[in-house]
Design a protein around this ligand. Sequence first.
Ligand SMILES: Nc1ncnc2c1ncn2[C@@H]1O[C@H](COP(=O)(O)OP(=O)(O)O)[C@@H](O)[C@H]1O
Ligand SMILES: [Mg+2]
Length: 236
Amino acid sequence: MLGFSLSMWMQGIKVPLFVGSNLLHCCIVGGSGSGKSTWLLYFIYQIRKSIPCEFVICDFKRSGEFTGITNHYAEYEICIDEIRLFYEEFSEAPDGGNGITRILIIDEIAGLLNHLNMTKEGKKEADEIRMIMSSILMLGRSRKRFLILSMQRYSASVFPASSGSADNFMISVGLGKLSVDGRRGLFAGEHFEGEEDITFGMGKGLLLRDGYELCGLQVPRLDKQKLLFILQSMNR
Ligand SMILES: Nc1ncnc2c1ncn2[C@@H]1O[C@H](COP(=O)(O)OP(=O)(O)O)[C@@H](O)[C@H]1O
Ligand SMILES: [Mg+2]
């Protein structure tokens, strides 16, 4: 489950929004404080509850919000090593997968790429990461290997508009108020009825899923610390 229908929520009715367990490539965009990390923890919990899976988590900004959830974890520049390891395993994974779903989460991916782009050596690494992400997006589904990215603004630096790999996201979430450009990048020209009456903010946004039209998303009230604690105890 990804949350609830926002338009129904505003009428006092809780309608959950679901997604298939083989449709997990996900991009989440929202300004600082819009609830991305909280939603990510919630999403990790939902996935963990429903399928055998393993997470690899890259926390570029060293937020510490994801520590202890998985043994495959990295912060700051070390993220590159963890991404490479994920890709190695991915490259050897058989078609149809091997029974366990593996999911690479990169929190604040644009921050990581921009940071790498500051040096010549880093530029190469940024290109390598882009190549890895594109491969996972294009070939991951049949191997049950998925990519989840979070970023503050949807930016062309993550995926060149021409590459087409961004079309492979099966779930796009935009939390809080999105810029016009950010919205276009994530949801193209889509709108839904009643949207103009909604004030977007923390935990309130837009959701586009494979096979469904764009809709409003209400994230339930969550305690980030409690969620982290639950996920940590699931890892033991
Ligand atoms: N679903 C939610 N329910 C309750 N509080 C939330 C929720 N989402 C976010 N918050 C509050 O907003 C703060 C910022 O959320 P966070 O997920 O860290 O945002 P981001 O990662 O986008 O910067 C959290 O510390 C929490 O206090
Ligand atoms: Mg965050």
